[in-house]
Design a protein around this ligand. Structure first.
Ligand code: CTP
Length: 395
């Protein structure tokens, strides 16, 4: 029997959980991501504890013991305990899952007393290994699907042939884990993944985009993987090109922008925004970005459009139009200096009647700053006076 030696801090927390569970008449295990990461010598943040018994009750007692925060979730149900600012353990009761037969949807869930049934509902062998936290058997590995061997062979392997069909989000998970862990997707699993790609189209928009965002958080290279495994093709997404992805990487560091939404803009570039149920503000950004191209970027009036864009949209333009990327760079670097010092009231005081002309003058001032003709208040006042003198103030 293989045993896990936890580092001392974890060891005492896990022992505590095991002892509380024993008193309550339950048994407990850690399962999934943290076990996989311990076996691979990787660091991990969240610990998932599976309780054969009432996980919420266990979490409640544990939270009192460590004087932590107890967070109850009605779904499943489960609970999280947070303490010492950073430590966090999720408690969930061992359960079985039965998926709907004729459609893609969430499974029907039942509590089970059999840990094997809980492990059997999981996605990949490397995520279906449990470590025993119970007194007497503490640290023992329970590995009914040979996940340890797959960790050693660096393979992502499903537990049964219907895994992707039942839960197509696992297609993203397989690709993401293979990328994150530098694992291969095992040959038969690859065939099943390919066979079941079509079920991705049946996922609800909410589940689909949640999974895509998790993937994109891993960086732009994930798009190459999604392309390689046929996901982009099946979902009718655009592949923006390696050059674009490299410029996104450079720009996201240079301008300190999270590129997830930038990459989404690229994926849906060739489809009307109304095809997706995005939030209104994001749809607005899609429309603004699509009004701009190389020609528009060279027009000084583009500056007003750039002000309407979120940073991720600016990053998109930076990567999409490399011939004019300097314009976006300039905007990122100088946008604070582009704002007029004069406000509407000041312009009125200089003698301009209340009218749309005030807005137009403000725009001319911004453009003057954008092209380097105005750098301070005096030059702004000059422009207003030129206007009052009947002169053309366009640039
Ligand atoms: N799981 C699953 N199918 C899914 C999602 C999750 O079988 N579609 C199971 C896996 O056993 C997984 C566990 O639930 O290990 C916890 O899921 P999650 O926290 O999303 O992933 P981790 O494996 O912990 O990996 P990470 O947090 O590193 O993404």
């Amino acid at each position: 029997m293989r045993r896990i030696n936890f580092q001392s801090e974890l060891r005492s927390v896990f022992k505590e959980i095991g002892q509380i569970a024993r008193k309550l008449g339950y048994s407990v295990y850690i399962v999934g991501g943290p076990v996989r990461d311990i076996l691979l010598g990787r660091s991990f943040q969240d610990v998932d504890v599976v309780c054969v018994g009432n996980a919420v009750k266990l979490a409640k007692v544990f939270s009192r013991r460590v004087k932590g925060e107890f967070i109850y979730r009605r779904r499943y149900p489960n609970a999280t305990v947070k303490w010492n600012n950073s430590a966090k353990v999720d408690f969930v009761s061992a359960r079985s899952e039965v998926y709907p037969k004729n459609r893609i949807g969430l499974p029907r869930i039942r509590r089970t007393k059999d840990l094997l049934i809980d492990l059997n509902r999981r996605d990949f062998t490397v995520n279906a290994i449990a470590v025993d936290l119970n007194p007497g058997t503490f640290g023992n590995l329970y590995d009914p699907f040979n996940g340890l061997l797959d960790c050693q062979k660096k393979l992502i392997r499903v537990l049964h042939p219907n895994s992707f069909k039942e839960d197509p989000t696992r297609i993203f998970r397989a690709i993401r884990f293979s990328m994150e862990l530098s694992f291969q997707i095992e040959e038969n699993t690859k065939k099943l993944l390919n066979r079941d790609l079509k079920f991705l189209k049946q996922l609800s928009q909410a589940r689909l985009w949640k999974e895509i965002k998790i993937c994109l958080n891993d960086g732009s290279d994930v798009l190459n993987y999604l392309k390689k495994f046929g996901v982009l093709r099946v979902l009718n997404f655009s592949y923006p090109g390696q050059g674009f992805l490299e410029r996104v990487d450079v720009g996201s560091i240079q301008f300190d922008v999270n590129p997830v939404n930038t990459l989404i803009l690229a994926l849906i570039e060739k489809k009307p925004a109304r095809c997706y149920s995005f939030e209104r503000s994001f749809i607005q950004q899609i429309n603004y970005v699509r009004e701009i191209n190389n020609k528009a970027l060279r027009n000084i009036e583009v500056v007003h459009k750039l002000f309407k864009l979120e940073d991720y949209s600016l990053l998109f333009l930076f990567a999409r139009y490399p011939k004019n990327s300097i314009i976006i760079e300039n905007f990122f670097d100088n946008r604070e200096k582009l704002k007029p010092e004069l406000n509407g009231e000041d312009i009125k005081k200089l003698g301009v009647n209340e009218s749309p002309e005030i807005g137009k003058l403000m725009k001319r001032i911004i453009e003057g700053r954008w092209i380097g003709k105005i750098s301070g208040r005096n030059e702004e006042v000059d422009l207003v006076e030129r206007y009052l003198g009947g002169k053309d103030v366009s640039w």
